[in-house]
Design a protein around this ligand. Structure first.
Ligand SMILES: [Zn+2]
Length: 391
């Protein structure tokens, strides 16, 4: 029995119903462009040493990284990027026990990936951890591959410990970081990585995966899929009725351009505290509140940009975003003052301020001291005022 409170809620993944390193590429939905990119890169023998995969949580980035690792470590591969699935290397990758595969993620209940994951604990500094292990000679003669899940939770200390590895990658090493967006990564990491963007799934694909999961919810799957904006992980969170309800309330408040009232602040606090007494669960909820707000602002941004003459009317991304736009976006756009350009600037400030709010969550500040100033600043920015997004 685990006593780790963070573990009380299982980590839900897009592939919760199956082993995500045992999927054929064809089951890794919607990422053909990334696959094609790696195919070409390998054909030209130009594999970089560090990749940063970015895209919403719960769309299959981890499954993709594991499948890529399996293909690169397979002992019997005849077609590029098509692992045989049966050799011992393929089996070890599937079991996540391959000696040349290093997997790191944020432990449940921790705010960051601990420093010892990179450079070993105090007694074994630089003798253990990713930075040490990735420099060892590959055990099976091929490569050393490290996958850092939850790269959103790399703090400055952790990122700094990685810098030497990023700048002087050991020969035959490959490092893959998985994060939800480029904006959430430290610039020291982004500037040293090849970025691979993963697009959200379509509503239909989300619904299809949800249909395979043992999900108990009163909200229709199609409605969850629509609200989840391409992420199965988000759809699973939204399957909890209070979460779904809160998201609607938050969108209404943001769309009113007056989210800064004290009463709404208390409502947000109530939602965060309803996660239970455990700090880690409360932090997760507060980050989720930020994610809902960012989704709303991103849709608003696309609508604001879409009004200006420079927008491509058939831009697929724009079409997809606005089709998925939460209700309230059009109403909010009608209330925003200024030209489309100044509207976009206001919304951009709201996004940056919300990302900053999410960073504050990691530093243990009390929720109410994070929520109230954040909502107040959003109100100011949406009303055309200036705010300091980093304070
Ligand atoms: Zn194999």
């Amino acid at each position: 029995m685990t006593t780790d409170p963070g573990a009380s809620k299982p980590r839900l993944s897009i592939f919760a119903a199956r082993d995500d390193s045992n999927m054929p590429w064809t089951d890794i939905l919607n990422h053909d462009a990334a696959l094609e990119r790696f195919r070409r890169t390998l054909e030209n023998n130009r594999l970089a040493s560090t990749y940063l995969f970015v895209g919403p949580d719960g769309i299959g980035k981890r499954a993709f990284a594991l499948k890529l690792a399996q293909a690169l470590l397979c002992e019997n591969m005849t077609t590029p990027l098509t692992p045989c699935e049966t050799c011992s290397a393929c089996q070890q990758v599937r079991a996540q026990t391959h000696p040349d595969l290093i997997l790191i993620s944020k432990p449940a209940g921790k705010a960051f990936i601990p420093l010892e994951a990179f450079i070993g604990d105090a007694e074994h500094r630089r003798q253990r951890g990713l930075c040490h292990d990735i420099g060892l000679k590959p055990f099976c003669g091929g490569r050393k591959i490290a996958i850092i899940d939850d790269a959103d939770f790399l703090n400055v200390e952790g990122a700094n410990s990685l810098l030497k590895t990023l700048e002087e990658p050991p020969p035959k090493s490959l490092l893959i970081l998985l994060g939800s967006s480029e904006q959430k990564q430290l610039s020291t990491i982004v500037s040293r990585s090849q970025i691979v963007r993963f697009e959200p799934l379509t509503d239909h694909q989300v619904a299809e995966v949800l249909g395979r999961l043992p999900l108990e919810t009163s909200t229709p799957i199609e409605e969850l899929a629509r609200a989840a904006q391409g992420s199965v992980a988000r759809a699973i969170e939204l399957s909890e009725e209070d979460v779904f309800q809160f998201r609607s309330t938050l969108i209404d408040a943001l769309a009113s351009l007056e989210p800064g009232g004290d009463n709404f602040g208390k409502e947000v606090l109530g939602f965060v505290e309803a996660a239970g007494k455990d700090t880690a669960l409360r932090r997760t909820r507060l980050v989720m509140v930020g994610d809902f707000a960012i989704q709303f602002f991103e849709s608003l941004m696309h609508c604001a940009i879409g009004q200006s003459a420079s927008a491509e009317p058939d831009d697929q991304r724009f079409t997809q975003q606005t089709t998925n736009a939460p209700t309230g976006v059009t109403a909010a756009l009608g209330r925003l003052a200024g030209t489309p350009q100044t509207q976009a600037q206001s919304v951009s400030m709201c996004i940056e301020r919300t990302i900053h709010m999410q960073h504050q969550v990691s530093y243990n500040a009390s929720p109410i001291n994070i929520i109230l100033p954040w909502l107040k600043d959003l109100t100011t920015a949406m009303r055309g005022g200036q705010i300091n997004v980093g304070v």
